[in-house]
Design a protein around this ligand. Sequence first.
Ligand code: ZN
Length: 421
Amino acid sequence: MYKKIFIFTLIILLFSGCKKDINEDVNTVIEENKNIIVGINYPTTGYKKIDNLINKDIEIIYNNFKDEYESFSNLTTKSELNIDYTYNKLDNNIITITINIYINSSKLDTSINYIKTYNYDINKNKILTLNDIVDNDNIKKIPKIINTYLIKNYGEFININELNNIEYNYELFSIDNDYLYIYYNPSEITDNYDDIIEILIPLNKINLSFENNQKEKIKQNVPVNNVIDINKKVVALTFDDGPSKYTDELINVLKENDAVGTFFITGNKVEIYSDTLNKAIKNGNELGNHSYNHKWLTKVNNDELHNQITKTQDIIYETLNYTPTNFRPTYGSINNNMRNNINLNIVLWNVDTMDWKYKSVDKIVSRATKNTKDLDIILMHDTRKRTVDAVKKIIPVLKEQGFTFVTVRELQEIKKLRSNG
Ligand code: ZN
């Protein structure tokens, strides 16, 4: 896919002012006289808008170089201009080109190295800026990703304390099927590093606004290994407001009893309890979205509503490589605005154990088991010890009544399968 052509091997040939097309795709300029050596390779895409832009830039660089160095004579070394490029055309008709410019100055006895990038949408006939392919919400995530990347990969050159003050521009970027690349030329970010800084952002960390096959490829950390007889009675245990210090034991209880549950979690606890949540996923339990910090969502504006949902989706994906499909409204409170603006299934319940209210384990068990029917969803909270103790009793009682335990997602699937059958 990548074409990277270096001209250095050809420079031994001596041409003067010779401009020659190697083929339709690559333009080459090779030139040598007593003061300078020029070796330029640049692409022609066949699309005027981007070709004109590249031609213009190359011409400027070439002319500036000649103006500055052609008449300057240094008896021992010649000044050099080298340009090469990478060219990538994505499946979705985006052309992405990086041009590398290298100048070795015999005047100053230094070299300069920088890049230019060009991204072009063939379908729209448009030169793309980063704002054209990454929406505002995702643009906001980029500085944090860059900072983390810089600390990890360029930490010895960059003063970490200063990173938070940098206002990043995204003028230089390119894309392939896996990454968004953001570049900074030397001294744009730090003077301590004299080469181009390249930051790789996996495409699954940011949603691109254009259609990208990558979206479908996002890995789901969802083991689907529960074998369920869809003709048997099923019930879904759900646990809100966690994870908490009781969640780990609850996961063990479910596993010992060959049961699964669905945890509607708040985003602010995901990182702290990532081990617990990974174990929950591994055991076949489901994670659902229950807002970021348990705000009362019918009482917030749409920006905050959006923020509460997406921040939670993002942190669950980034931390656990998992994407919830179900959402449970805080306080069970829901209105039409939420129905219209939340892009997840909204899941309430049929059986309320009132475990937040009743201190008696037996009372909770009784509420969970007395009138429970096929396809019911039971509401509990994994934030108290008594709920864990109640679950230890609830599972055998419901099994005795002929129930199989499923996640909410499985319950939704079973409903579909039964109605099709
Ligand atoms: Zn809640």
